[in-house]
Design a protein around this ligand. Structure first.
Ligand code: MN
Length: 162
């Protein structure tokens, strides 16, 4: 009997310690805060899946630059498109892809930077099982604004994200 009591006590102690070890991790996960607002759901046809946009800088004739914070739900992506003045992506959260036509897709992780050459046909978006948030900087808008093309098909997306 005494042995069973001791074993139970040991079991309860282990359980108590295990529960208390787990808690700080949980607290850290919950601490993830947005730096910039998620903005509004994008409702145009230039995207596949659900994406969100918060404009941070609207284009003007002094800076010729527009900056937006874009969040893609898993599998969401832009259509193929090109920027006459090029584009720079700063990945602030999650994982996803950037692909230039005819080249392998580039995997994007939080902290990555993608430099997109002027007029290069490309798409960007989330990974299959992760959201992607990036800041999209579009400079040289005096050279023209974004040219939207056809959607990235399911086949193209699954090929690129293999
Ligand atoms: Mn782009």
């Amino acid at each position: 009997m005494k042995c069973i009591f001791k074993l139970s006590l040991l079991f309860l102690t282990i359980l108590f310690v295990a529960c208390n070890i787990k808690q700080p991790q949980k607290a850290m996960e919950q601490k993830t805060e947005l730096v910039f607002p998620k903005g509004n759901k994008i409702t145009n046809n230039n995207f596949t899946g659900t994406a969100w946009l918060q404009m941070l800088i609207n284009n003007d004739s002094t800076y010729n630059t527009s900056i937006g914070n874009v969040t893609f739900e898993p599998k969401a992506r832009t259509n193929w498109h090109k920027h006459p003045g090029g584009q720079i992506l700063l990945v602030t959260d999650g994982q996803g892809y950037y692909q230039e036509k005819g080249k392998p897709a580039q995997f994007l992780n939080k902290g990555d930077v993608a430099k997109i050459p002027p007029d290069a046909e490309h798409w960007h978006g989330a990974a299959i099982e992760s959201r992607l948030t990036h800041i999209a900087i579009s400079p040289n808008t005096d050279k023209g604004s974004v040219v939207w093309l056809q959607p990235v098909t399911e086949e193209e997306y699954s090929q690129s994200t293999k």
